[in-house]
Write a protein that binds this ligand. Structure first.
Ligand code: C5P
Length: 405
């Protein structure tokens, strides 16, 4: 049971402190008690009063406060909760933690606690990448401190890169997973995601492919794993690092991708993000095709199997199947057609026209389409799209599995 557990939330002084409100609210909705310590710098961004109203508890700010010490001493406070969470964890707080400084209530509690600690770093990208912070982060990890984020994206300072504090819902999920490892929305569920392009060989040195970077599919797989799913990523050739904790099956051609997907059934959710090449060369040459005096080359192409359509008509069809539709015009109409033709439950449609920056970019603006309607989601990072999508899909799973028909 998650309800009845308690968290000591230490709020550092960064612009991301405003997200602490939402985090406290989310924790409270799960029945988790939230004790709060704010650093002096945090009080520049959020007020103890607003946090006290949300948490329903006194917010602690000063180390030397006689009334507080009488009610609950700082050592007692550091041990009163099941988990200590630092969000946002600024570069300064991380440095103090790494070096064992204890010159205010937050750092004293962190040094005195005997409970697991989770930190959600938030800082400018250069500060995050500074060798001092890198060393401090490593020291904290070596000491068993858990991290959530930082995420990559646009930052309050206008720069782009890793350093954004994870979204409150992500921090909540991490907290839940630490308080009760079995309680995540996709615990015990298997999710298969396809990502990236496929390569269709012409001869031993040439192929047909497309511009898909795989970023959206990888983000979806990371989100699925974060929500507790046993996640398999069937990936075409991409320039992305394999995500931690996810089984990645590398494939090249559409036919290999199909075989790999079928081998992963049964699964609970399948998401087909891959930009599968529609055609392949009918006869792949075994030797390199030579050019000869300006003459043209005719390639005969045949259609590739439709992986998504094959899986939706498979006898082991996953409970929830999602297709992607990369369109350049009449997005809604084409996506709805695709939903019906391919018999999937949802289509995530996006506009990949020139200038949208979706292909290869870090942002995406998608339309979430089901038979009951179309939702246009605001532009957000591909990681955020992944998380929002996986949260939605988790809500569509029938708790006890598929009813027998
Ligand atoms: O290419 P198309 O627009 O038809 O792709 C729509 C969806 O179908 C995508 O989710 C894509 O991953 C999937 N697809 C597939 N196998 C194909 C073609 C598309 O799984 N051969």
């Amino acid at each position: 049971m998650i309800a009845g557990k308690s968290v000591l939330l230490i709020i550092g002084g960064g612009i991301a402190a405003y997200k602490a409100h939402e985090l406290v609210r989310l924790l409270k909705t799960r029945g988790i008690r939230v004790l709060i310590i704010m650093t002096q710098a945090a009080e520049q961004f959020v007020t103890p009063l607003s946090l006290a109203s949300l948490s329903g508890e006194k917010v602690h700010t000063a180390l030397f406060n006689l009334t507080d010490e009488v009610e609950m001493g700082h050592i007692q406070l550091s041990r009163a909760a099941d988990l200590v969470v630092v969000a946002p964890a600024t570069a300064d707080l991380m440095a103090k933690m790494a070096n064992g400084l204890a010159n205010d209530l937050a750092t004293t509690a962190l040094l005195a606690t005997d409970k697991p600690v989770l930190i959600a770093p938030a800082m400018n990208v250069r500060m995050w990448r500074h060798p001092a912070t890198v060393t401090n982060a490593q020291a904290l990890k070596n000491r068993g401190i858990a991290f959530v984020g930082p995420d990559e994206g646009e930052m309050a300072c206008g720069e782009f890169g890793p350093g954004r504090m994870s979204e409150p819902v992500e921090i909540l999920n991490k907290i839940i997973s630490m308080l009760q490892p079995q309680a995540l929305p996709l615990s015990g569920k298997k999710v298969v995601v396809t990502a990236g392009p496929t390569r269709e060989p012409i001869d031993p040195v040439r192929f047909i492919s497309n511009y898909s970077s795989g970023k959206q599919g990888y983000a979806i797989a990371r989100a699925a794993a974060k929500l507790g799913a046993d996640t398999v990523l069937v990936s075409g050739p991409v320039a992305l690092a394999p995500p931690a904790g996810i089984r990645v099956i590398g494939v090249e051609s559409a036919r290999e991708m199909l075989t790999a997907c079928e081998a992963e059934l049964p699964a609970d959710i399948a998401i087909f993000t891959a930009a599968v090449a529609d055609w392949r060369v009918a006869e792949q040459e075994t030797d390199k095709i030579k050019k000869s005096n300006g003459s043209s080359l005719q390639l005969s192409l045949v259609e590739n199997p439709d992986i998504l359509a094959t899986i939706t008509s498979h006898q082991l069809r996953p409970e929830v199947v999602v297709g992607f539709a990369a369109e350049t015009q009449n997005i809604h109409v084409h996506a709805l057609e695709k939903l019906n033709k391919k018999r999937c439950d949802f289509i995530v449609a996006n506009d990949v026209s020139r200038g949208t920056g979706v292909f290869g970019g870090d942002m995406n603006a998608v339309h979430f389409i089901s038979r009951s309607g179309i939702e246009s989601w605001p532009a957000m990072s591909k990681d955020e799209v992944g998380l929002m999508l996986m949260e939605r899909l988790a809500g569509h799973l029938i708790p006890e599995g598929r009813p027998s028909s």
